[in-house]
Write a protein that binds this ligand. Structure first.
Ligand code: ATP
Ligand code: MG
Length: 152
């Protein structure tokens, strides 16, 4: 585990670049990573930074109202970044209705999911997790596992 104290959004951007550099894609299905942490702890900010590190040109906005957004990326392995915000969902069934099972089958998808605890029933066991903590106005702690490769 690596705990990074990010004292500015720029430092969060650097943490996201490190995350991208260390990504170990799952081979036979999508790579899913849970982003856990309270409101305002920096999850969406981190996804924006991951998108930038992956060459996404579109503006990444919080998908709270649309739940799920898909961006094309430039990466040797991944084709799409899927950003999910499950905050407004009550169970995995609602995510299923949005086509989540199909998205998880494509090994070229990198799926980052905010508020995974809302849809825990649909997520594979041992899904890797990044944890975000609000420290003060400008500081957020991010805990990254060593490898983001799922064991299932
Ligand atoms: N070091 C930092 N890293 C990330 N965000 C920071 C940092 N310092 C300040 N911020 C600010 O904190 C806010 C984090 O909001 P963000 O939307 O990323 O949180 P979130 O975890 O996605 O919240 P929610 O659960 O509501 O979706 C942003 O306004 C961002 O500018
Ligand atoms: Mg968010």
């Amino acid at each position: 585990m690596t705990c990074m104290e990010c004292r500015s959004v720029q430092e969060t951007n650097a943490a996201a670049a490190l995350f991208v550099a260390n990504l170990k894609p799952a081979k036979e299905r999508a790579t899913i990573v849970e982003l856990r942490g309270e409101l305002g702890s920096g999850k969406t900010t981190f996804v924006k930074a991951v998108a930038e590190a992956l060459g996404v040109k579109d503006t990444v906005t919080s998908p709270t109202f649309v739940i799920e957004k898909v961006y094309k990326v430039s990466h040797p392995h991944f084709t799409n970044l899927v950003h999910i915000d499950a905050y407004r969902l009550e169970s995995g069934n609602e995510l299923r209705a949005l086509g989540f099972p199909t998205l998880t089958q494509d090994p070229h998808n990198l799926i980052l999911i905010e508020w995974p605890e809302r849809v825990a029933d649909i997520l594979p066991e041992n899904t890797p997790t990044l944890s975000f903590t609000f420290v003060d106005e400008y500081t957020r702690d991010i805990i990254l596992p060593h490898a983001q490769e799922s064991t299932t």
